[in-house]
Design a protein around this ligand. Structure first.
Ligand code: OAD
Length: 249
């Protein structure tokens, strides 16, 4: 049986849980898609761990500034806009993202729960003090060159991006809010995620177990293992606007 869009229109609390796929149509590379995925070309151990950063700070800093420059050039796509529009159509919406970009915010979504941190929040690797002010983005950062990280004004340690690296804890309160929302919602839309990185990946399962309907939006076939679990196959920028039209017109 296909997903009934009126369930979305009637929901009191919707959780939208997004991954890299929601930003793919804005030109931001995902992590695991073949050929275009970031981890196809780069080594996560080197670029997404504190050890990798300590081993070669200019390489890792330069890589994150390149991603930051790509995101700065990108604009929200119809998927981000549909999610922002959904916020205004249901009594309560909790937006939980694994993405470190700010495209949901720029599309108009308020209060985004960033489970894996943000690329534009910086802190000291050594003493964790947040950067004093905005950190300038070098004009040629998009070229992906080695860049020496700025130094902490308190202890002179290198600044690091405020993203969650492998082996690090997720922000505790943010994760708690996301888990609570998953267990209280009526409908959870899981958009553009491979669902392999824990603990974030358990969010749709938590919602299902608590009685919600779960809808996966992804061009890749997704599991429909449960009677309340549905897959809408396609690109988020096409599927979500269509779902909005079906649910609200
Ligand atoms: P992945 O790269 O693992 O998965 C992206 C998903 O998006 C795949 O299932 C694709 O099929 C799907 N996809 C691609 N294009 C799409 C489109 N136009 N519309 C909808 N879906 C599309 O990315 P995540 O699941 O977000 O962690 O990865 C989870 C975490 O792994 C990331 O947050 C990152 C990474 O290591 C950290 O940075 C801590």
């Amino acid at each position: 049986m296909p997903f009934d869009p009126t369930l979305l229109a009637q929901a009191r609390h919707v959780v939208v849980f997004t991954g890299a796929g929601v930003s793919a149509e804005s030109g931001i590379a995902t992590f695991r898609d073949k050929l275009t995925g970031l981890w196809e070309h780069f080594d996560p151990a080197q670029l997404a761990s504190a050890e990798g950063f300590r081993a070669d700070p200019p390489l890792v800093w330069g890589w994150y500034q390149m991603r930051r420059a790509g995101i700065a050039q990108a604009t929200p796509n119809p998927a981000h806009l549909a999610i922002a529009a959904l916020t205004a159509r249901v009594p309560k919406l909790t937006l939980v993202t694994q993405n470190v970009d700010d495209l949901h915010e720029r599309a108009g979504s308020p209060d985004v729960l960033h489970l894996h941190g943000r690329l534009d929040a910086f802190r000291c690797l050594d003493c964790a003090r947040p950067a004093d002010g905005p950190v300038a983005l070098p004009e040629d950062a998009l070229q992906g060159r080695r860049i020496e990280p700025p130094r902490c004004t308190r202890c002179a340690g290198p600044l690091r991006p405020g993203v969650v690296w492998f082996g690090e804890m997720l922000p505790e309160q943010t994760l708690e809010r996301a888990f609570d929302a998953a267990q209280q919602c009526d409908v959870l839309l899981s958009v553009g995620t491979s669902g392999v990185v824990q603990p974030a990946a358990s969010i749709p399962r938590l919602a299902l177990a608590a009685g919600a309907t779960v809808v996966h939006v992804n061009p890749q076939p997704a599991s429909e293992g449960h009677a309340r679990e549905f897959a809408l196959a396609g690109k988020a920028g096409e599927v979500l606007p269509q779902l909005m039209r079906q649910a609200f017109t």
